[in-house]
Design a protein. Structure first.
Length: 145
């Protein structure tokens, strides 16, 4: 993967849960719009390569099984608040990286993603937050069972 700061999610160098979550929700927006190419390009990778779009989509949408198709959604503000409140955050340490974990909202019912009654599952996902060219970037760590 070529690192291109025009494609990466760039965050202000501010250690706050809100800042980290801003980057997370921008990334979830790419997933919800079925733009897995952009979602892959938006994450920093210190290992030189990252997910391929079809691999990332398969990993996320089949995490809870392959019965009914799962899709990423951006839910309503109340449910976003629930996800934000449950998110875990660690500010930058002496080595220059922070971390956080939040849940990607998935559903099998796409009729109305803003409906408060929509059945959601959360795929816990953790990221490192690193400094890159004077900004912070997200680096995928793992999906959690």
């Amino acid at each position: 993967m070529d690192l291109n700061s025009e494609r990466l999610i760039l965050l202000p160098p501010v250690d706050s849960k809100a800042n980290y979550l801003d980057g997370f929700w921008r990334w979830v927006g790419f997933l919800a719009n079925d733009d897995y190419q952009k979602a892959c390009e938006a994450l920093y990778s210190s290992r030189g390569s990252s997910w391929k779009p079809d691999e990332l989509k398969m990993r996320i949408t089949t995490f809870f099984g392959e019965g009914a198709p799962w899709s990423v959604v951006v839910p309503n503000e109340r449910l976003i608040g629930v996800i934000n409140n449950a998110a875990e955050y660690e500010p930058q340490n002496k080595d220059g990286w922070g971390s956080f974990m939040a849940q990607i909202p998935l559903t099998t019912q796409l009729t109305d993603s803003k409906n408060d009654e929509i059945p959601l599952m959360g795929l816990a996902t953790s990221f490192f937050v690193r400094q890159y060219e004077g900004r912070y970037v997200l680096e995928f760590e793992i999906f959690h069972v």
